[in-house]
Design a binder for this molecule. Structure first.
Ligand SMILES: [Zn+2]
Length: 374
């Protein structure tokens, strides 16, 4: 039997519709809302007054509207009415970022803090988050939640690390952090974080393979704008596909994994500065160019292999993305063409559109999406 909708649900629904309309269209008049949502003027007026009183929207000047002969008040949402916090947990540091309801950075910071699987470390991370909240002048009520991006596989309920060999944190529960924070907390796989951020700024992106070229390699498979994690949470863990059986030892214990050829760690020494390295590459310093070409050849092999399985757009993201240019893509296409049996087009590789803070922003976004109900 179909459940009937109560007047309260209709009221709530209208309020949400109006809020989302203002969010998506920005600077809209009461008349625009009424016309486009097919709602009566009194209904729209009452909701605008209530949303304004709650601090969720503000008047933002006057705009022309085709429905009345004079200028009308324009409304926008208060973008920091609620915020999401993303924390990227790395071996030697943490990055903290607050994002507003449009997923824009409000403030971010980096702290040197070596990962340790003990209570003192978790408590220190949370202390830094609370100090960050104060320095960003955020109040508890504003914070929707804290997303912790981890170099590891995460359970579907975002509460446990299923596989975390890089930080030796397999089995870690989110309560290690949430005990010290008065907000909802969740884990997110760092590559999924980056892919979430890419989806956020690419509304037309439907299907893609996101390669996170970071200190460690990661990937995320996007189908119909959703991240596909698989039955056991390890879809697209391509970093452990063995490319060279007698190759370098991978942190997983096997040899010659894609990780050992295509991660930034495979390209640069631990202490090597990527800015300096790419400075040498772009000024055609021979030794750096040889090393870069050798890396790109490995990357081309990896992309070809994956593209034979998933014939969709490949996004080259992660911390290497800002250093990539068109000539690198041309080189990759030429390499791939020699490896693949099909006439390969030159249109499936893309450099990430979000080359900065993609991981902490992506970790904050699920809370924002939930709040906006988008
Ligand atoms: Zn491996």
């Amino acid at each position: 039997m179909k459940k009937s909708i109560t007047p309260n649900q209709i009221k709530e629904n209208n309020r949400n519709l109006i809020y989302q309309y203002i969010y998506l269209n920005q600077n809209v008049s009461q008349q625009d809302i009424s016309y486009n949502l097919h709602l009566s003027r009194p209904t729209v007026t009452a909701n605008l007054n209530a949303l304004e009183e709650d601090g969720m929207i503000v008047k933002s000047g006057l705009i022309h509207t085709e429905y009345v002969g004079r200028k009308a008040a324009a409304y926008t949402i208060v973008s920091d009415f609620r915020v999401g916090i993303g924390v990227e947990i790395l071996g030697n540091e943490i990055k903290i970022l607050a994002a507003d309801l449009y997923g824009r950075e409000i403030k971010s910071c980096v702290h040197e803090l070596a990962y340790k699987n003990d209570a003192a470390y978790f408590q220190n991370v949370c202390k830094e988050i609370l100090a960050f909240r104060d320095s960003a002048m955020l109040c508890d009520e504003q914070i929707l939640g804290v997303g912790f991006a981890i170099q590891g596989l995460i359970s579907p309920d975002a509460q446990t690390v299923l596989y975390g060999k890089i930080l030796a944190c397999t089995g870690l529960s989110i309560t290690a952090f949430s005990t010290y924070l008065p907000y909802p907390c969740a884990f997110i796989h760092d590559a999924d974080s980056a892919a979430t951020a890419e989806l956020w700024i690419s509304p037309d992106l439907k299907d893609a393979f996101y390669l996170s070229l970071g200190r460690h390699l990661g990937a995320s498979l996007i189908a119909d704008r959703k991240l596909i994690t698989g039955d056991h949470g390890h879809s697209s863990t391509i970093e452990h596909i063995v490319m060279e059986p007698n190759g370098k030892l991978c942190y997983c214990g096997k040899r010659g994994c894609m990780e050992t050829l295509c991660s930034i760690d495979a390209l640069l020494e631990k202490s090597e500065d990527p800015d300096a390295f790419f400075g040498q590459v772009r000024s055609l310093e021979p030794a750096a160019c040889t090393r870069w070409r050798s890396y790109l050849k490995h990357l081309a092999r990896a992309i070809n292999l994956l593209h034979l399985i998933y014939d969709k757009t490949f996004i080259l993201g992660g911390y290497l993305a800002p250093y990539l240019n068109e000539s690198d893509l041309t080189f990759l296409y030429e390499e791939i063409r020699q490896l693949t049996p099909f006439p390969e087009s030159s249109d499936f590789l893309q450099i990430s559109k979000m080359p900065k803070h993609m991981i902490p922003i992506g970790a904050a976004l699920p809370f924002i999406q939930q709040f906006l109900m988008l």
